[in-house]
Design a protein around this ligand. Structure first.
Ligand code: NAD
Ligand code: WQD
Length: 344
């Protein structure tokens, strides 16, 4: 019996593949590599010493995806595959709705057809919209401010309807806060195309010299130092959260949302000074205007995941910065370029 991991070549997917294999699960990976490289999967194999099948397939291609269900005895799905850039989703809403929603519909239809009724879905704290009542728990008001966020909200609703239609489904909706960090080997990490939108890859690219300086988007928020506060979570902790959620959906039916965060908020300036202290690198910055659509403060109440999944984030902000930097400094161009061999 195998776990199908969609989007398994991506940033969070590849780290989760490592933790699934380390926990003794068998996996099969589907990814169209639209935002990732097969290098990540090569490293998953190398780091775990375990092999698995990879299908370079688009979820939108029902025939191709059905072959995966026919050829493998799948018992559950972890569904990462999707487009994730907020700004791009504002420019290309139809592409986002089509890829994320139609892709999920086709996946769920095939799951139904092959009687695989267990799924862990990558949702996001973005489903809490402009909510600034912190900490945010799973009952906080929902809302989205862009097409990307709406795809997450809509997919959550689709999955709830699926459960209503057939209570033998078992569904975990994991709402990630701000994933950063990388595998401790420095071999897996986030490899964004073009200029990064997110804070940590921007900081590491300034540190490596690819970008000149960080622009801090606003220092007039009602926070301690005026800069935006977020709940950063180490990607390995996040990956371990998926292993716990998988155990939960294997043991019971239902549909539940869980926040995956640390419950701690850090400001942009705190992130910069922690990164500088931990890595010894200087991060020049300037203060710029607020980024449209940003909120001042966002951090989770992660207690439901602790209570019901037995999961709690273990890695602190120092480790997140150190691991992000190890990844970036070993791979100045992400997965794009050849790099010298170093011992794992
Ligand atoms: P990622 O882009 O690194 O990984 C997503 C993977 O899905 C990529 O490898 C991409 O090639 C693949 N993919 C996209 N569309 C596909 C399709 N139609 N068919 C097959 N493969 C497809 O992103 P990530 O950061 O690893 O995020 C994984 C999931 O978690 C996404 O659904 C994202 O929306 C969600 N999420 C991410 C964050 C974050 O900050 N990284 C936060 C909250 C939620
Ligand atoms: C963090 C803080 C910025 C870049 C986004 C998505 C969200 C989720 C995670 C997928 C904010 C500030 C950033 C920069 C800055 N993704 N910042 N200069 O906005 O909390 O969440 O990624 O689901 O949907 O919206 O994360 O890393 O972009 O920003 O000052 O160059 O860093 O203003 O306060 P965000 P982020």
């Amino acid at each position: 019996m195998k776990i199908l991991v969609t989007g398994g070549a991506g940033y969070i997917g590849s780290h989760t593949c490592v933790e699934l294999l380390n926990a003794g699960h068998e996996i099969v990976v589907v990814d169209n590599l639209s935002n990732s490289s097969p290098e990540s999967l090569r490293w998953v194999r190398k780091l775990t010493g375990k092999d698995f099948e990879f299908y370079q397939i688009d979820l939108l291609n029902r025939q191709d995806l059905e072959i995966v269900f026919k050829q493998n005895n799948i018992e559950a799905v972890i569904h990462f595959a999707g487009l994730k850039s907020v700004g791009e989703s504002v420019r290309l809403p139809l592409q986002y709705y089509h890829n994320n929603i139609t892709g999920t519909l086709i996946l769920c239809e095939l799951m139904q057809k092959y009687a695989v009724q267990r799924i862990v879905f990558s949702s996001s704290a973005t489903v809490y919209g402009m909510s600034e009542q912190v900490p945010i728990n799973e009952n906080s008001p929902l809302g989205a401010t862009n097409a990307y966020g709406r795809t997450k909200l809509m997919i959550e609703e689709i999955m709830r309807d699926l459960y209503v239609s057939d209570p033998t489904w078992s569904i975990a909706l994991l709402r990630y806060f701000n994933p950063i960090g990388a595998h401790g080997s420095g071999r897996l990490g986030e490899s964004p195309n073009g200029t990064p939108n997110n804070l940590m890859p921007f900081i590491t690219q300034v540190a490596i010299g690819r970008l000149k300086e960080l622009k801090i988007h606003g220092n007039d928020y009602p926070t301690l130092d005026g800069t935006g506060v977020r709940d950063y979570i180490h990607v390995v902790d996040l990956a371990l959260g998926h292993v716990k959620a998988l155990e939960k959906i294997m043991a019971s039916t239902g549909v539940e949302a869980y926040n995956l965060g640390t419950g701690q908020g850090y400001s942009v300036l705190e992130m910069v000074s922690t990164f500088e202290r931990i890595t010894g690198q200087q991060i020049p910055y300037t203060i710029a205007d607020r980024r449209p659509g940003d909120i001042g403060i966002c951090f989770s109440d992660p207690n439901k995941a602790e209570r019901e999944l037995g999961w709690i984030a273990q890695r602190g902000i120092d480790e997140m910065c150190l691991d992000s930097w190890r990844w970036q400094s070993h791979n100045p161009n992400g997965f794009q370029k050849e790099e010298e061999e170093i011992t794992v």
